[in-house]
Design a protein around this ligand. Structure first.
Ligand code: TRP
Length: 336
């Protein structure tokens, strides 16, 4: 479905990438970029600013996200891979878009409304802790998408509304200034995104502290996996694979035939949780051993990561500038 299309996606650097990110976002993004006619993949460091108040952390997590994609084999000749803040046109387009976006649209944002509602439930002012970066997050995200004439935006369900807002904002600008100025994008919803369980069986998430970093050192990886919470079924008891964190993770890493074997052993009984965890550890460890080496090598040489990101930004800016020029001409009558 991505052939002949321009696809774009951004990844917020707000933590060390974990196995849930790998299966739900990073792998599908790499596959998508292999299929697409043109793809833009960027590290959304400006989007992290509304929550992360430590520049060192933004830098660290940006490098970790970048190194993860590179270690896992993203083709950076084909994909345009860059860091959001390295394309100054984003600041210009954001200011232009602010003026065609109604406040009412922002008021309807699920992300913002959830925080307001939580504030009220805690007897706080509804605006408590909400900065304008958070409130106008969808406008910056619309600028990301619209800057590159994006057709399709693959995202998890939680980001669907943001892409719809980008459509609304593009529509509004085109309506006022002329139909052909901005390409109106469409979301493509990725299904697996929320299906990865963490060590405690809840969704794997940084905020639950139940995650396994993609490139955890071998010993740590083993320790984490051995900590997966299970029930008290004995080895010979039948177990439901679809309720088991071990099997759920295993099936994402094992070749299908091997996943089927474990599935059967769960259903029929005969495989204890301890042995299943060992199989899971070995599968993840062997799959990620090579990329793990590359990952640590890149992190030890951040100038190599910078090189890749800056040459990506250079390519991104060519299209970004054309878009901003079009918008600026329409709104101010001249190119700024
Ligand atoms: N908001 C997205 C997230 O939280 C990250 C993001 C920023 C993004 N800009 C984007 C995703 C543009 C897709 C397109 O995950």
């Amino acid at each position: 479905m991505f052939e002949e299309k321009t696809v774009l996606t951004g990844i917020k650097p707000t933590g060390t990438p974990h196995l849930g990110n790998l299966v739900g976002a990073i792998k599908p993004v790499i596959e998508m970029s292999n299929q697409a006619e043109k793809s833009y993949i960027f590290i959304a460091d400006l989007h992290a600013l509304n929550a992360v108040r430590d520049s060192k952390l933004i830098e660290k997590w940006s490098y970790e996200v970048a190194a993860t994609f590179l270690a896992l084999g993203l083709d950076t000749e084909k994909a345009v891979f860059f860091r959001q803040s390295d394309v100054p046109e984003i600041y210009k387009l954001t200011v232009f878009l602010l003026n065609v976006t109604s406040k009412g649209l922002m008021n309807r944002s699920h992300a913002y409304k959830a925080i307001s509602a939580e504030n009220e439930a805690n007897d706080k002012s509804p605006d408590f802790g909400i900065n304008m970066g958070l409130y106008t997050y969808p406008i910056l995200m619309a600028a990301d998408i619209l800057l590159y004439n994006t057709d399709l935006v693959p995202v998890g369900q939680d980001q669907k509304q943001h892409v719809e807002m980008a459509r609304d904002i593009a529509g509004s600008l085109n309506n006022i200034y002329g139909d052909e100025i901005l390409v109106v994008p469409e979301p493509v919803i990725q299904k697996v995104a929320s299906a990865i369980p963490g060590l405690d069986g809840r969704k794997m998430s940084k905020s639950y502290g139940n995650y396994v970093p993609i490139f955890a050192e071998q010993k740590k990886l083993k320790k984490s996996i051995m900590k997966i919470v299970t029930d008290s079924k004995r080895p010979e008891d039948p177990k439901d694979p679809d309720e088991s964190t071990i099997y759920q993770l295993y099936q994402h890493f094992a070749p299908k035939a091997e996943a089927d074997v474990m599935r059967e052993q769960f259903v029929n009984g005969g495989l204890g949780y301890g042995d299943a965890k060992k199989m899971l550890f070995e599968m993840i460890d062997s799959t990620l051993a090579k990329p793990r080496e590359k990952y640590y090598e890149l992190l030890a040489n951040p100038e190599q990561i910078e090189d890749v990101l800056l040459s990506g930004a250079k390519r991104a800016r060519i299209v970004a500038k054309e878009t901003v020029d079009r918008v600026s001409k329409a709104m101010l009558g001249r190119v700024v």
